[in-house]
Design a protein around this ligand. Structure first.
Ligand code: F3S
Length: 755
């Protein structure tokens, strides 16, 4: 059921000739990333070599995966595109809408009651359009994809930034907005700027307390949240081969935290073992036949400096466990330095909760290593000082770890097992007392730790570590605890130490599952009815956005000048707002409410130039829209970093914002703005950001000449009548300008479907 071996065979059949041709065209050996990219060109066999970081290229991904929060809007858009079936294998996974509160059973029951109409909609629309549907409780998208669909050398896109997780199985897997998914599901090409390449050479071997997680925590510290932007991170070396496939998945997963387009590993025995363990011996057999094409040419790894744009080298034998945070995943602190750093920065040492699991770290290996620590707590009479929770990544993992007695062991240390879903990782955590907003510390094995991400409390300091380290710290209840050197006092008053974690890469008795939670689509979906109530407050059929009227935009007002970090969480907050992901008008009430207004340093309080009063951003935008006044949003660096949610682009579009002008964009968000027919612009001169004042009026005086490679000129009129000219760069190509002209990319697709 779960994977399409014929599709995979076809990819492997085509791959050698395409890669050989590409090698000939570029006239040098190829990296793995390049092989996969050239094997997935929309045009088929390559006709030219591409320049990294420059050329926009059309690709033909093999698969699409959507999670429930983003799938709603993606599938509403797909419906609007007028196609009978998804053109490539596609799956939908219900994982984001399940709030963690009590335990798996109670939480799942409540989620089904609360989000029934959304799950029904997703189930019915999947059934209709040939899409595989994973029910609530089946697992987290990236874990389910790794277990069922990812394959070496494949290319997939997914409507979630951590789609990159599938790089652990040698894919090029990229997080996109729903609009991109709609393109691919509609049988159209998917466009990407040919990425740059960062090579990470891993030497040595992990041991003791160090885990694959520590590799990516270290890489995040080196590259920072921006360092991977526009690049694929390719891992290689003896150290890479020594990692498990799921460990590779963890590393690729958090590649999203350095802004990388994706990350990947060459095909090796760990992937073969994982494929066989997850019931895909046929895929492993096929992959083995083209193994040379599923890794870089030997010359590349022999002389990586010649073939990558940047090289990082990490010796795993010397690597220490890390904790990254708080508030950003690139603030990397080795545990031996944590006491000192915490004291210096006044981070509360008392750890309230340790949380393991999520899509990032819930493999059998992760859980078995954590359970080896939990077992020691029982054996050594250590009573855990912090609360402890587990969110398994899939029903297959949950069922298997229950069968193997791990859940019983966790029970003994008072752990709570949440549903196989995102829960605390995406703010869907009804944490008792969070509303008091007390300053406190938590540690988790998830990937992100932005303010409010886990429990909605801006004063929760979240630190990211490996599951085994999180377990040890939860037992100690102390952020500064270093299990390599520190002792704990047990219930008998004795000093004890925790031994190094041990575990299994794969379950010795194999994976097992009773009901994986999969629903196959109808053979013929033409008669299936899609369920959307016209009175629903959660789902709303879409109306097309207006096309551009061909005129320069004149008299636009500044809606907000965002100060500092402005992630997609700031633009379209998650948590309780997830319930409106399928209803554009309702969810627009969260637009930019987390962004800091540069003029008063407050969130959600901006000036309405019509009344002179200050009010919430969405209300102010609605007032301008009602008055027919276009608006502009101004922002800082890496604007829109974080997730792939296109709501962060659709909401401003819906509420009348015409342009977003920033110092720099996060890639996915920039594309999303373009797809929704907006102007995504960057200051040619970054210092011009400082020239923008609260009462400014913007005139786009040469929009009629909008063309690839040609900057736009903005006349910025200040309240005193003085003017500044601001040059705005853009990265639109001809096709993308077509989206702007049509009003959105979807408008173009719908027109093509109509013929
Ligand atoms: Fe879900 Fe968190 Fe992963 S939101 S998909 S568990 S990053």
């Amino acid at each position: 059921m779960a994977f399409d071996i014929e599709m995979i065979r076809k990819v492997y059949e085509e791959m050698p000739k395409r890669v050989d041709k590409a090698r000939e065209l570029v006239g040098r050996p190829l990296t793995l990333s390049e092989k996969i990219l050239y094997a997935h060109l929309w045009e088929g066999e390559p006709k030219q070599g591409f320049t990294r970081g420059k050329d926009y290229v059309d690709f033909a991904p093999d698969r699409v995966a959507c999670q429930d929060a983003t799938a709603q809007m993606a599938l509403l858009q797909f419906m609007h595109a007028g196609k009978p079936q998804a053109a490539v294998p596609t799956t939908v996974h219900c994982d984001h809408l399940i709030q963690a509160k009590v335990d798996a059973k109670a939480d799942l029951k409540r989620a089904k009651e609360q989000s029934n109409e959304v799950f029904d909609f997703l189930s019915s629309i999947s059934n209709k359009y040939g899409i595989g549907f994973w029910k609530p409780g089946a697992g987290i998208i990236h874990q389910v994809v790794l277990e069922n669909y990812a394959f070496p050398g494949g290319m997939m896109i997914g409507t979630d930034s951590h789609t990159v997780n599938a790089g652990g199985l040698g894919m090029v897997a990229i997080g996109v907005g729903g609009a991109d998914a709609v393109d691919v599901m509609s049988g159209m090409a998917w466009e990407l700027k040919f990425p740059k390449l960062i090579g990470v050479k891993l030497t040595g071997k992990l041991s003791g307390w160090t885990a694959p997680k520590d590799i990516i925590l270290k890489v995040a510290g080196i590259l920072t949240v921006k360092g991977g932007t526009g690049a694929i991170v390719e891992y290689f070396g003896e150290g890479a081969k020594s990692l498990s496939c799921t460990g590779k998945g963890t590393i690729c997963n958090m590649g999203a935290e350095v802004g990388a387009t994706t990350s990947t590993f060459g095909y090796d025995e760990s992937m073969d073992r994982y494929l066989r363990a997850t019931n895909r011996a046929d895929v492993a057999d096929e992959a083995a036949k083209v193994a040379d094409y599923l890794t870089a040419d030997p010359e590349v790894y022999a002389n990586p400096e010649q073939y990558f744009d940047q090289i990082i080298e990490i010796n795993l034998s010397e690597l220490e466990p890390y904790l990254n945070g708080p508030f950003t995943p690139d603030l990397a602190t080795p545990i031996s330095k944590m006491k000192e750093e915490a004291a210096k920065n006044d981070w509360p040492l008392n750890v309230q909760v340790g949380l393991i699991g999520s899509c990032t770290n819930s493999s059998y290996e992760d859980i078995s290593r954590s359970v080896s620590i939990a077992q020691q707590a029982s054996d050594k009479k250590l009573k855990p000082k912090s609360k402890f929770t587990i969110t398994p990544g899939s029903e297959q993992v949950r069922f298997t770890i229950e069968r193997d007695g791990f859940i019983d062991t966790f029970d003994k240390i008072g752990a709570t097992v949440f549903a196989n879903a995102c829960g605390p990782c995406i703010g869907m955590w009804d944490r008792a007392g969070a509303e008091k907003e007390e300053r406190n510390t938590i540690v988790h094995s998830f990937n992100r730790n932005f303010s409010k991400r886990a429990d909605g409390n801006p004063n929760t300091l979240a630190f990211v570590g490996s599951p085994e380290l999180v377990t040890a710290i939860a037992i100690a209840g102390d952020l500064g605890f270093n299990p390599i050197t520190d002792k704990l006092i047990n219930e008998d008053g004795e000093e004890v130490m925790l031994d190094e974690p041990t575990g299994w890469e794969l379950p010795p008795n194999g994976f097992a599952v009773d009901d994986a939670g999969y629903q196959a689509p109808a053979e013929d979906g033409s008669k299936v009815e899609v369920k959307v109530s016209p009175t629903s407050e959660r789902l709303q059929l879409l109306a097309p956005f207006e096309p551009w009227n061909g005129e320069n935009i004149m008299g636009a007002k500044l809606l907000i000048k965002a100060y500092g970090k402005c992630t997609t969480d700031h633009i379209s907050m998650a948590g309780p707002w997830l319930r409106f992901r399928g209803h554009l008008d309702n969810i627009s009430n969260n637009m930019l409410i987390g962004a800091v207004n540069a003029f008063n340093m407050k969130t959600n309080l901006v000036k309405n130039e019509i009344t002179g009063e200050y009010g919430p951003v969405p209300d102010t935008a609605r007032a301008y829209k009602a008055a027919g006044i276009p608006t502009v949003v101004v922002g800082d660096h890496n604007y829109g970093e974080g997730s792939s949610r296109e709501h962060a682009a659709m909401e401003p579009r819906h509420l009348g914002v015409k342009a977003v002008l920033v110092k720099s964009f996060a890639r996915i968000h920039e594309t999303n703005l373009k797809k929704q027919g907006m102007l995504a612009l960057t200051f040619a001169n970054e210092a011009d950001y400082d020239k923008i004042q609260e009462d400014d009026v913007f005139n786009f005086i040469d929009l009629k000449e909008f063309a690839p490679g040609r900057a736009l000129t903005l006349e910025v009129v200040h309240a005193d009548g003085s003017k500044d000219t601001v040059i705005a760069n853009h990265s639109y190509n001809e096709g993308q300008i077509g989206w702007f002209v049509a009003g959105s990319a979807l408008n173009l697709i719908a027109a093509a479907s109509r013929g």
